[in-house]
Design a protein around this ligand. Structure first.
Ligand SMILES: [Zn+2]
Length: 507
């Protein structure tokens, strides 16, 4: 085991038991084995996060021990994701293509929080589905812990003397923790700003869950928007940021700023889902009836699609990596709203031509089985899209000789192919013998006596679900009671009762 230590400089004790530096990083030495202070701080943060999540689990009626199952699944995936993040988006050109140290050099560090959060969220979702729990409750229980873990974890960067900003020239600002002294030069203490920012986020979480207006999903949305903003600011100052590489070209896009923008957009999207009902009722006020609303929306959504398409084309033509990404986003909006026009045209068929009332077919607009069929295809296509796009970016990290345009082209083509497969696959499946949708017309009976037939496209119904307002206000606020502890208590009480009974008899 002695060969583990290569560059130890001891400060206290010996390499057997002591404290010192290994490769210039502070570490505790136990039995000739160095444990980096960085790791100790990260693990402390994680432990506090788990304990805090268990507390919120209990408060919300879930077994607090369930958090162990989440931790066992989430933590390894989160570490893998954090590790992948720095390899897929290497921070300097020389690291590109060198994946040899991915596993072997694990102890040498290199973790990206965002990679951990993304992989952690996905693996957590799998457990939620397996345990049939509510993702909104689980996510909201974990968020305060995540904030505090990040707040503590950033001090790991402090002990490693990394993640700092540019030099502070003005002596008036050369003090800790505004600045940090790195080998005699004062730098902006970006690690501290983020630590403070996430700590404020943690405190805000505690206030948010206690609010009487609290809705499920608030904390997830808050994390996306708030941490996105904090990171956007901190990353703007940092000098050691990871940049996005496309092919052999290093772009001027800081990858964490890009992910921050996506996180903020996802947070805003989550909020819009939570307040969907309220937003819709505001929109409805613009029209005199529901029929008019659907009818007019066709043109509004069509206009959004057209404008987005124009923006996308302009961005693609102008060129450049940032514009390419913005263009891609608008192309997706154009595509989605284009499908939305067809969904609205489809939906208009539900209205009675005589009196204008909306009538649902007796057996409902979509059966559970049909819904599942469509979901399956959307899932397959989703995996295909992510796979192809991910591959394109990973390839850009492995093969340095691939020109930028080719990688971008492959990514775009991959997305297009996957979308076509999704649309074609769904259409074939839905039109097939098992799920004959176009042939079957459903009957609508109106109160005015009019009976009419409608044909609805299930795929469009899946993409644009019909007035499903999830209630984000319901939450199991009854505290969790451990059935075993309850049983023990009951037995104890019984014993006591028996004893007093016995005593009474003796008397
Ligand atoms: Zn009618």
């Amino acid at each position: 085991m002695n060969n583990i230590i290569s560059f130890a400089e001891m400060v206290l004790g010996s390499e057997m038991f002591g404290f010192g530096y290994e490769f210039g990083r502070p570490a505790v030495f136990i039995f000739n084995y160095p444990i980096y202070l960085y790791a100790i701080i990260i693990v402390t943060g994680m432990s506090i996060a788990i304990a805090l999540s268990a507390y919120f689990f209990k408060k919300r009626g879930y077994d607090p021990y369930d958090i162990c199952i989440y931790a066992i699944v989430i933590i390894p995936f989160a570490i893998l994701g954090a590790r992948l993040y720095v390899f897929v988006f290497p921070w300097d050109g020389s690291a590109i293509g060198d994946w040899s140290g991915f596993f072997t050099d694990f102890r040498n560090g290199g973790l990206g929080i965002y990679g951990g959060v993304i992989f952690g969220y996905i693996s957590g979702y799998v457990v939620v589905r397996a345990k049939k729990q509510d993702m909104r409750i689980v996510a909201d229980s974990i968020m305060p812990g995540l904030f505090i873990a990040q707040s503590i974890g950033r001090w790991g960067n402090f002990v490693n003397q990394e993640a700092y900003g540019p030099v502070i020239e003005n002596p008036a600002w050369q003090w800790f923790p505004f600045g940090v002294n790195i080998h005699g030069t004062w730098h902006y203490a970006t690690f501290f700003y983020e630590s403070l920012g996430t700590f404020i986020g943690f405190v805000a979480c505690l206030f948010l869950v206690r609010s009487k207006h609290y809705k499920l999903g608030w904390l997830s949305a808050f994390y996306g928007i708030y941490y996105g903003l904090v990171r956007l600011f901190v990353e703007g100052l940092r000098t050691d940021s990871l940049y996005l590489w496309i092919g052999s070209t290093m772009t001027d896009i800081k990858i964490s700023q890009l992910v921050s923008v996506v996180a903020i957009l996802l947070g805003l999207f989550t909020l819009s889902v939570i307040y969907r009902k309220e937003l819709h009722s505001l929109y409805s006020r613009l029209f005199k009836s529901e029929y008019h609303e659907v009818s007019a929306s066709r043109f509004i959504v069509g206009a959004i699609s057209g404008v987005s398409l124009v923006i996308a084309v302009v961005m693609f033509v102008l060129g450049g990596e940032t514009r390419f990404l913005i263009g891609l986003l608008f192309a997706l909006i154009a595509l989605y709203s284009f499908a939305g026009v067809f969904a609205l045209v489809d939906r208009l068929r539900l209205y009675c031509k005589k009196c204008g009332k909306r009538n649902e077919p007796e057996e409902g607009v979509i059966t559970e089985n049909e819904n599942l069929t469509v979901k399956k295809y959307v899932l397959i296509a989703g995996i295909a899209v992510t796979g192809v796009a991910g591959l394109a970016f990973i390839v850009s990290g492995i093969v340095t000789s691939v020109p930028n345009q080719i990688v971008l082209g492959v990514a775009l083509a991959g997305v297009c192919v996957a979308l076509s497969v999704m649309l074609y696959g769904t259409a074939v499946k839905l039109n097939g013998a098992k799920c004959d949708l176009t042939a079957r017309e459903k009957e609508c009976r109106c109160d005015c006596g009019n009976v009419y037939k409608v044909k609805l496209n299930k795929f469009l119904l899946f993409l644009f679900p019909y007035k499903v307002y999830m209630d984000f206000g319901v939450e199991n606020l009854k505290e969790y009671v451990d059935p075993e502890a309850e049983e023990r208590k009951r037995k104890k009480a019984e014993k006591k009762a028996a004893k007093t009974d016995k005593n009474a008899k003796i008397d």
